[in-house]
Design a protein around this ligand. Structure first.
Ligand code: GLP
Length: 255
C-alpha cells in the first residue's frame, strides 16, 4: 500500500483527478470504478476540466441507495450525472450505476458483476472512505470477500449521509454495493480521504489489523493500492514520517 500525505483536501482531490486523467490518457478504453461522496467533488471537477476523451471509457459506480430511482435528486445516478457524466463525452450506455429500483436484487447484482467482467474488469477503482472504515457501502462486519449485494447502513453512516438528503427526504436504510471482493479484483485501487473525522479510519485501514470491523483494511492485501490523504486525515498514522520520506525520495522512474 502506497500512502501519500499532502497538505490540503484540495491537493488530495487534485492528485486523485490527475491519476485518473493519466489512466485515461494511457488507456483510452479504460474501465473505471467510480465512487461518490463529498471527497470526489474536486476529483470530478478536475477531470471535467481536462478535455479528456471519454468516448471509449466505461465506468461502473460502486453503489446506490436501494429504493431511489435514477431521477431521484439524492440518488447516486443524479450525483454522477451532475458531477461528471453531463460534463464529458461518455457514452450513456458505458456509464453504469446500480439500479436502486431493481425488482430482482440478486439477478441485478449478478448482471452488474457480469457486465464488469465482460468489460474486462476494473482497471482503476476510485474509493472514498467512510468514517467507520467502509468502502463502497461495505459497513463494518462485511465479508472481506463478498460480491455485490444489498446491505443495511449503520446508524453512523445514516447520520453522516443525512446531509445529502434535504428536509422532507427520508434517507434509505438499504443500499446496493459492490463487495470488498469485487473491489479487491480491480487492477489498481486509489483511495482518497481528507479531514480530521477520517483520521481514525485511515489509521485502522493502513496500520490496523486486516479485519471486517474496518473493511478498508482489506486493501492491505491488494497488490496495487495508493492511498492519498491530507495532514488532518493522517494525524493518527504512526508511520506518517516514513510515508512522507518514501514519497519525497520516490525514484524518478516510479513517479
Ligand atoms: C458514502 C459512499 C462511499 C464514500 C463515503 C465517503 O458512504 N457510499 O463510497 O466513500 O460516502 O464520503 P465522503 O467523501 O462524503 O466523506
Amino acid at each position: 500500500m502506497e500512502v501519500i500525505i499532502l497538505n490540503t483536501p484540495k491537493e488530495v482531490e487534485q492528485m486523485g483527478g490527475q491519476l485518473l486523467a493519466q489512466q485515461i490518457q494511457k488507456k483510452p478504453a479504460s474501465v473505471l470504478g467510480l465512487a461518490t461522496g463529498a471527497t470526489m467533488h474536486g476529483v470530478y471537477a478536475y477531470l471535467s476540466e481536462q478535455h479528456l476523451d471519454f468516448a471509449r471509457i466505461k465506468t461502473f459506480n460502486l453503489d446506490e441507495y436501494y429504493g431511489l430511482g435514477p431521477q431521484h435528486r439524492c440518488s447516486y445516478h443524479t450525483y454522477m450525472r451532475h458531477h461528471l457524466f453531463e460534463k464529458v463525452n461518455i457514452q450513456p450506455e458505458n456509464a453504469h450505476v446500480p439500479d436502486g429500483l431493481t425488482p430482482d436484487v440478486e439477478a441485478h447484482c449478478r448482471e452488474y458483476e457480469n457486465a464488469i467482467e465482460q468489460a474486462g474488469g476494473i482497471d482503476l477503482q476510485l474509493l472514498g472512505l467512510g468514517e467507520d472504515g467502509h468502502i463502497g457501502f461495505n459497513e463494518p462486519s462485511s465479508s472481506l470477500s463478498a460480491g455485490m449485494r444489498i446491505k443495511t447502513l449503520t446508524p453512523m453512516t445514516r447520520r453522516t449521509n443525512q446531509r445529502d438528503f434535504p428536509p422532507g427526504e427520508t434517507m434509505p436504510m438499504h443500499v446496493l454495493t459492490l463487495g470488498v471482493g469485487n473491489i479487491m479484483a480491480a487492477r489498481r485501487c486509489l483511495l482518497l480521504a481528507h479531514g480530521a473525522k477520517k483520521a481514525p479510519a485511515v489509521q485502522a485501514m493502513v496500520e490496523g489489523p486486516i479485519t471486517a470491523m474496518c473493511p478498508a483494511s482489506a486493501l492491505q492485501q491488494h497488490r496495487s493500492t495508493t492511498v492519498i490523504v491530507d495532514e488532518a486525515a493522517a494525524a493518527f498514522l504512526q508511520l506518517a514520517d516514513y510515508f512522507r520520506c518514501v514519497y519525497k525520495h520516490k525514484p524518478e522512474w516510479q513517479k
